[in-house]
Structures are given as C-alpha cells and as structure tokens.
Design a binder for this molecule. Structure first.
Ligand code: NAD
Ligand code: LMR
Length: 480
C-alpha cells in the first residue's frame, strides 16, 4: 500500500516538473482544460520534419504519409493558405508524430526552427501545354524565400526540393545557401524519385513483373530529355528490344506530361509524387538515423559529369549525401541520351544560378531598365495602362517585372499583363500579342479561362499575400 502511494507521489512530482501548467490547472480544480495545455509536444523519439507547401496537392497526402512515418516525432506543416484545416485534420491520426501548423510568411521561421528535414513542394504546378521551365519565374522566387528561411533557422537540415523546375530550383537553393554562408552540398537534394518510381512501374509492366522487385536507375535531371533511365542497368538484370527501349524511355521522360494532360488543367502529379516524396524522405531519415547502405537517385551537386548538378545514384548518411556513384557503363542509346540531357540541363542550371545572382538588382533597377529598354517602342496609351496599374496597386513596384528575367518581359513587346488570382495562389502572366492579335482579356477569362497557348512566360514572383486587397486586384484585372 505504502509502495503504491510512493509511486503515485513520484509520478505526481515528475508530472509537475514536466508540465507545471497542467499541474496548476489540476490543483485549482479547473475544468478549463484546453488543447494547448495538453502535453503532445513530440515526446516520442524521432526526427523533426517540416513540409513547406503542405496544403497543396502534393503537400496534403505527403503530410498524411509523413504523419504515419514512425521515424517522425514532430511534423510542421507550413503554407501560405489553409494550414489550420490541414493540420487539424491530420493531427487526429493516432500515430506518434505531433503535428503543428504554420500559416503565412510571418510564421515561416517558427515552422523551420529546429528541423532535421525540410521537404519543399511549394509552388505552382503545370497546366497542359506548359513545360516545367514555364514555372520558373514564380517558383524561383518561392524557393528563394523558403531557402532564406532555412539558412536562418535550420541551416543543418537536409532539404528535399520538389518544386519545379527542379533542374533550376536546386541551383537557386544552392546559391541562396552560399550567400548566407550555410551551403553544404551534401544536404541539398532535388527529388527525382518520381522518375524512378515511374521507371520501375513501366518496366515491370513490360516485363510482367512486380514493380517492387524492379530497380531502374534514372539519372540526369527532372524534365523531358534530361530524365535519362539507364535501362541497361535495371535490377534484376534484363534486356529490352530497341522498340521496348524507345517506348520505355519516352514514357518515363513524359510521365509528368501524361499526368498533366490526363488532369486536363487540374494540376500535375500529386498522389504518386507524395508517395515518391515519402519514399525519398524515409530514406533520408533512415540515413540520418545511421542506417547503412541507403542508396537512392537524387539531383545533387555532383562531379559525375562536367555539370555542377546532376542526378545519379547517391549513398545517404547522417550528413546527407555521403557518396555519389559514377554512371557506370552506358550503351550507345544511353550515351546519345546523355549528351542530349547534358545540353538541356546545362542551360537550366545556369538559369537557376543567374536568377539568384541577378536578383541583387533592386526593384527600382528592374523598373528603370524596363522603362529604358521599352520606352522607344511603347505608345503613350500602353504606358498609361501600366501607370494606371501602378497607381491603383497598394504595392506599385510589384506590378512591374522585378526578376532578372526582365528581358522575357521586354523582348516580346508590346505585351499586355494580367493578374490572375485563385484561392490558392496568385499568378502574374505575360501574354504575347501584337496589335493585330491582342488577346481579349477580361476579369473572367483571366481568372477562369486563361488562353495558355498565348502565354509566353509567367513573370514576377511576388508572394501571394503581397498582392493587396481584392479591390486593387479587381482594378487591375478590369483594365482590360
Ligand atoms: P499545388 O498548387 O497543389 O500546391 C502548391 C502549394 O504551395 C499550395 O498549397 C500553395 O499555397 C503553396 N505555396 C505557394 N507559394 C508558397 C510559399 N511562398 N510558401 C509556401 N507555400 C506556398 O501544387 P502541387 O501539385 O502540390 O505541386 C507543387 C510543385 O511540385 C509544383 O512546382 C510542381 O511542378 C512540383 N512537382 C514536382 C515533382 C517532382 O518530381 N519533383 C512532381 C510533381 C510536382
Ligand atoms: C512530374 O514529373 O510529374 C512533375 O515534375 C510535375 C510535372 O509538371 O510534370
């Protein structure tokens, strides 16, 4: 009897020490127990993982799957919209990880502080007719902001970068980390796992095998011809006819487009991507835990080719990438593919690097250079339109191109601009036109039925919350 009373006393002492607030509440006999007073603070051992873009098409299933991962003790869900709902929903799952939600840029630092692994699926996805590179101008800015947060709050975290175009966003992230003095190339990994997942599936279909028994190395990058499946190195060893090789290579390279077209404007791969992202993140967590022999393909800083970044098989360890494997023997078909891949990849890497280098230009410089380059060919009427946009916006500078790619904006002058706002994100697009084929833009077709065939580039990466009030948005779209 005495022994059990002692035990109870010890438990009470421990509990008072661990959670004094709870204890006070109980002492006062308060019935006002609130959720924030509960003790779920990630007590179970495991890693702290943040998902940036957690309310999106990839983010939500990814968050759900990470909540199921026994290696995760704390899961931070960050987005610029909808994280309270997603967090409330996922937090009811009876798995070990404790979930916290963070909304908007003012909470980015809280979301990132202390994280071991940061997964980034934030950014806009493709629509039919677009390439991944068409996402550059929006997603580049998003990735830059998020990586600035990482270098400040969790510079030692492993970063899994999903946002497209991966071939450029990884170099952007590297440049941001370099500038902050926190760059460790071992810790920055572009996620190309979906290419491997697809390759395993399609090869298994051709061979009539279980995809779980297949392992196809996919090297290069993550867009079109830069995706290079090494079918000569499939495990278990097997051979393919020329026709099978061509079919498989093309299907793997165009897997993303296959989904984009099937979704017909509703986005790109989300569920298979969440699956692939979790497979990759889980590998990173096992490696962080110290497991041996964790090998995956990823787009990383590399010396496997003459390019500064390249996807290939890497061994993961406690510090991220521990070893990068050479490509191994390639057949003639793969050698030709490699040359094509390198040619395209080099340009995408360079574009990413110069985005960050060029971004030291101030907004004012961007506007000034825009005026200087375009004024001679602009009619007074066109400038009046721009000025009206500038005057009605509470953030006048944001209506002008501020990225280093202002030439894309000026090169096809005259251009007509439009703001597009959806519930989830806001997009500024540049439509190519001449006076004879000027696209008819109205508030309706800007927000609902954008003529994508005429979009030459997607410009300017202001964060969605910077667009100001609905009134100013309507004033902008009503111009046309
Ligand atoms: P989505 O539009 O459904 O979700 C993106 C989410 O990012 C949204 O919730 C949005 O609010 C959020 N977001 C936007 N700006 C943000 C910011 N500044 N900070 C935080 N969050 C922000 O898109 P999705 O289908 O989830 O795709 C996301 C990205 O992943 C796209 O760029 C897509 O091309 C890419 N993707 C990559 C792969 C790959 O294999 N690497 C595969 C599929 C998709
Ligand atoms: C994919 O491969 O599915 C992603 O990169 C998304 C896309 O735009 O194709």
């Amino acid at each position: 009897m005495q022994a059990s009373a002692d035990v109870n006393q010890r438990i009470a002492r421990l509990s008072a020490h661990l959670n004094p607030l709870m204890n006070n509440l109980q002492k006062e006999g308060s019935t006002n127990l609130r959720q924030e007073n509960c003790r779920a603070k990630g007590g179970s051992p495991g890693f702290k993982v943040a998902i940036l873009g957690a309310a999106g098409g990839i983010g939500q299933p990814l968050a759900m799957l990470m909540k199921m991962n026994p290696l995760v003790s704390v899961l931070h869900l960050y987005d610029v919209v909808n994280t309270p709902g997603v967090t409330a929903d996922i937090s009811h799952m009876d798995t070990g990880a404790v979930v916290h939600g963070f909304l908007g840029q003012q909470q980015l630092e809280d979301a990132l502080t202390g994280m071991d692994l940061v997964i980034i699926p934030a950014g806009v996805p493709r629509k039919p007719g677009m390439t991944r590179d068409d996402l550059f101008n929006i997603n580049a800015g998003i990735v830059r902001t998020l990586c600035e947060g990482i270098s400040k709050c969790c510079p030692k975290a492993i970063v899994n970068l999903i946002s497209n175009p991966v071939n450029s966003t990884v170099p952007i992230a590297a440049e941001v980390f370099k500038r902050a003095g926190t760059y460790d190339p071992r810790r920055l990994l572009g996620v190309t796992m979906l290419d491997v997942v697809r390759a395993n599936t399609f090869v298994a279909e051709v061979l009539g095998l279980d995809p779980r028994d297949i392992d196809v190395p996919v090297v290069g990058g993550h867009a079109g011809v830069t995706i290079l499946p090494l079918l000569s190195q499939v495990k278990p060893p097997c051979s393919f006819t020329q026709e099978e090789t061509e079919y498989l290579t093309s299907r793997i390279q165009n897997g993303g487009t296959e989904v984009v077209e099937a979704k017909a404007g509703a986005g790109s791969a989300t569920l298979s991507m969440a699956y692939a992202a979790v497979k990759f993140a889980d590998a990173c967590l096992h490696a962080l835990r110290g497991d041996a022999g964790v090998i995956q393909c990823a787009f990383v800083s590399s010396q496997v080719t003459e390019l500064p970044f390249f996807a290939s098989r890497v061994r993961l360890g406690r510090n991220g990438v521990e070893e990068i494997y050479p490509l191994g023997p390639l057949n003639e078909y793969e050698r030709v593919g490699l040359e094509k891949a390198k040619k395209e990849l080099g340009g995408s890497i360079e574009k990413g690097v110069s985005f960050t280098t060029g971004s030291s230009q101030t907004t004012l410089n961007g506007v000034a250079s825009f005026f200087c380059r375009c004024f001679p060919v602009a009619s007074f009427f066109q400038w009046w339109r721009f000025l009206r946009v500038a005057l009605v916006s509470p953030f006048p500078a944001l209506v002008f191109p501020v990225s280093s790619s202002s030439s894309a904006f000026c090169g096809d002058f005259p251009v007509w601009t439009a703001m597009k706002s959806t519930a989830r994100t806001a997009t500024m697009v540049t439509l190519n036109s001449t006076s004879s084929n000027r696209p008819t833009l109205s508030k309706d077709n800007v927000s609902n039925n954008l003529p994508m065939s005429q979009v030459t580039s997607i410009s300017s990466p202001p964060p969605p919350q910077a667009f100001g009030t609905q009134d100013s948005m309507e004033a902008i779209t009503n111009l046309h």
